[in-house]
Design a protein. Structure first.
Length: 325
């Protein structure tokens, strides 16, 4: 069943098909629940590595030490409790694909080790003295803005460029509502058989209400909603909560509460931002808006300066001044 029919998803599908043909790293970006793992599976399936393993690792699901041993393995006796050798995920993915989910949450120390693996295809197990070589394709997924994380110093710039050879963006479900009936019917077909509810269908008025819903949880929310409808045998949404199921339009928003008084921390942050903006503005004026020289003088990276210029609105101010002159 073809589930991609919106322009944005067709574009993403074309990119992933092209990316599958070439053995390069790929970053799959998008909100939580949009189906980034399915995109990674598709890239692996259409690639020359399809016969090899597909290994998933969630970089946000465990602390740094456990994640390091999960990725790279360890030798017997490497630490207390290491009673036998453990093969890491990179070894297990040899001649296949490793999918690093939530890559934006990777600890800085592990970012450096991952960069080394990407550059040389080599690593050592924890407690190991020998170097291992692996042939692994790396796919990564994130719901964060990695460029912003780089500018803020939370993600290594060299690792970002090493990973982001191909970028696939999976749009949120609210931006491709045309696909909701296709996805809903796909989930009905899949779970009606699994839960032995043969003949379960979604009535047209209910499908219309499903199409109007905004889905903050994206495809995962729709999938779980269909599951509940089937399990409860409730095709008319009488027992399944849906925020917009009872009306054609959303209820008016509640009156906004009075804004709280700013805390000392907020006041300090705003003052710091104002001082930073003034310092950047003065340096840009001094260098005639030569951003390379300004970044060097301010002792920050060029990319960080570009981010801060945009964040503080200095670029918009300059454009307004130019149009007024």
């Amino acid at each position: 069943m073809e589930l991609c029919c919106s322009p944005k998803m067709l574009e993403a599908h074309q990119i992933l098909r092209e990316a599958a043909r070439v053995d390069v790293t790929v970053v799959v970006a998008g909100e939580t629940g949009t189906g980034k793992e399915l995109v990674a599976h598709a890239i692996h399936h259409f690639s020359a590595r399809r016969a090899g393993p597909f290994i998933k690792v969630n970089c946000a699901a465990m602390p740094r030490d456990l994640l390091e041993s999960e990725l790279f393995g360890y030798e017997r006796g490497a630490f207390t409790g290491a009673h036998k050798l453990k093969i890491g995920k990179f070894e297990a993915a040899h001649r296949g694909t490793i999918f690093l989910d939530e890559i934006g949450d990777l600890h800085p120390a592990l970012q450096a080790k991952l960069l080394h693996v990407l550059q040389d295809g080599e690593f050592s197990r924890i407690g190991g003295k020998s170097t291992l070589s692996v042939d692994v394709r790396v796919l990564a997924a994130t719901n964060q803005d990695l460029e912003r994380a780089v500018a803020e110093g939370r993600f290594r710039e060299d690792l970002y460029y090493r990973l982001n050879v191909i970028h696939v963006f999976v749009p949120p479900l609210r931006e491709r509502a045309i696909e909701i009936p296709l996805l809903a019917n796909y989930f009905v077909e899949r779970y009606a058989k699994l839960y032995r509810r043969d003949g379960f269908t979604i009535p047209p008025p209910v499908m219309e209400r499903l199409t109007r819903h905004r889905y903050p949880g994206n495809v995962r929310e729709l999938e779980n909603l269909i599951k509940r409808m089937i399990v409860l045998d409730d095709p008319f949404l009488t027992r399944v909560p849906l925020p917009d199921a009872g009306a054609d339009s959303a209820p008016p928003p509640p009156s906004p509460a009075p804004a709280p008084e700013p805390s000392l921390k907020d006041i300090s942050r705003r003052a710091s931002q104002a001082a930073e903006r003034e310092a950047i503005s003065k340096m840009l004026e001094r260098t005639g808006w030569n951003r390379v020289r300004a970044a060097r003088a301010l002792r920050i990276s060029y990319r960080a300066l570009l981010y801060k210029i945009k964040q503080t609105g200095l670029d918009a101010d300059r454009a307004s001044a130019r149009s007024a002159s």
